[in-house]
Design a protein around this ligand. Structure first.
Ligand SMILES: [Zn+2]
Ligand SMILES: [Zn+2]
Length: 168
């Protein structure tokens, strides 16, 4: 399930959306992020960690990051990495998923882990620090309730919003 807000800027007429979650596209979103990590979009360190340490995962849900200095925001996945508390048990679950879904089994298993399963079975390994493209400061995740105050990405105007939801 994903939900968020839609906006239309009263000054420059731009439409923009801010969403939490990923609707029904968990797997695709997860695959896409893996490709981006592997291509080096999140830096060489992330690429190497993800490639060489077995069974690291991240949360496929989108979230909102905001820069506290220049108010630039980004709607993206938090690629902070988590590692299995019990690697043997995790590998057993992955093997089972591969038996059931073929070679995509590992991705399917990891993409569909619920928050509870992730909290129970994994612990934080490395937090991803998202750097603001505008001013170079570290961006922070903002709580869902604050989404309605997101300024227009083009002109910075604050706008009224409507509720937007998709998925299950
Ligand atoms: Zn605008
Ligand atoms: Zn900034």
């Amino acid at each position: 399930m994903s939900q968020g807000y839609g906006f239309r800027c009263k000054k420059c007429n731009r439409s923009y959306f801010a969403m939490y979650g990923n609707g029904l596209m968990h797997e695709e979103a997860y695959m896409e992020k893996i490709r981006e990590i592997e291509s080096g979009k999140y830096g060489v360190e992330w690429k190497v960690l993800y490639e060489y340490i077995p069974n690291l995962i991240f949360d496929p849900d989108r979230t909102i990051y905001m820069c506290g200095y220049c108010e630039l925001w980004e709607n993206d996945v938090d690629v902070s990495l988590y590692e299995p508390i019990n690697p043997v048990e995790t590998q057993r679950c992955i093997d089972e998923a591969i038996k059931k879904y073929g070679e995509d089994g590992k991705t399917i298993y990891e993409a569909w882990l619920s928050k509870e399963e992730r909290d129970r079975g994994y612990f934080p390994f490395r937090e991803y620090r998202r750097i603001c493209q505008g001013c170079g400061n570290v961006m922070k995740k903002i709580p869902y309730e604050e989404l309605k105050w997101l300024p227009c990405p083009d002109c910075g105007e604050l706008n009224s919003h409507w509720l937007y939801a998709m998925g299950d």
